[in-house]
Design a protein around this ligand. Sequence first.
Ligand code: B12
Length: 260
Amino acid sequence: MFSTKDMDFSKILTRYDIQLQNAESPQEAAKKMLPADPVLKEVAEAVLYMKFKDVGPAVTKALASKDPLVIINDGLVAGMDIVAKLYADHVYYLPEIMMAAKTMEIGIAIAEKKVPGGRSTKGTVVMHAAEGDPHDIGKNIAAVMMRAAGYTVIDMGRDVPVKDAVAKAIEVKPLFMSGTALMTTTMSAFPAEAKLMKEAGLDIPLMGCGGAVNREFANSYDLGIYSKKAPQTPLIAQKILDGYDWKKVREDWDSIVGGS
Ligand code: B12
């Protein structure tokens, strides 16, 4: 017999305009993403609200009680993540993003000075943002992590032509190369680089990173390996130092980065 017992009427009976009135605004949703820790919250808010003058004092205050890498990842980057959400929700536009990114960079420059890093180097890595890609914030954070973990980083900057990246790989023969792409139009630089590197006889892992790239893509061409988040990079680097080649890194990726 027909029964209404388990039916969900919300999809039928809720007027869409009432639903919209009741739904959380993007600003309210974004505020919930702020760190719970008050010191980190202040840092994240400085980025979120583009407070150029406040970010320095907030980071300096945080440095009194927190590790600089925690301040970068859980304060400054957390603030930028909220900015990215507001951009996606059409609350913020490019000018806000640029100002927030600049604010974050001011904070990173201060925190970075306090990151401990030994004089001896574990190895050299070459980093770049793909040809045509101006997005370099994630790469810069990964570079800080790698320097903190004791590696020498050659940072080629952003919008690096494929041929220049490959020429640097041939010249330096680094432990690994990393490339960042946040745009679907620029991610094809990595298979192109990998092909040229192979033709030059290099068997060095090429780490594909950034929002446009996923693990499946990075693993779809020879030499390619993946790193999702900047803090995963030193974990992968250590394995390459231990003798893992790109195939072995792919195989053991879940256990190397802790399954995330
Ligand atoms: C900031 C930003 C900008 C800034 C960049 C400033 C800078 N110096 O980087 C500016 C304003 C310049 C910019 C410009 C443009 N942007 Co923009 N931008 C963004 C935004 C909002 C945030 C990116 C960011 O920095 N996030 C914070 C960092 C920390 O995150 P991340 O880079 O993802 O890094 C993390 C991981 O990916 C990873 N990672 C990243 N790199 C690396 C490297 C290594 C080695 C490792 C291990 C890990 C790693 O680790 C990080 C976290 O731990 C994104 C939206 C988004 N949600 O991502 C759009 C976004 C990337 N932009 C986009 C676009 C389209 C553009 C423009 C073309 C817009 C335009 N119409 O002009 C232009 C580029 C024009 C050009 N060709 O020159 C699109 C790309 C769409 C696509 N799929 O192709 C996005 C996704 C926005 C969107 N939803 O449409 N942008």
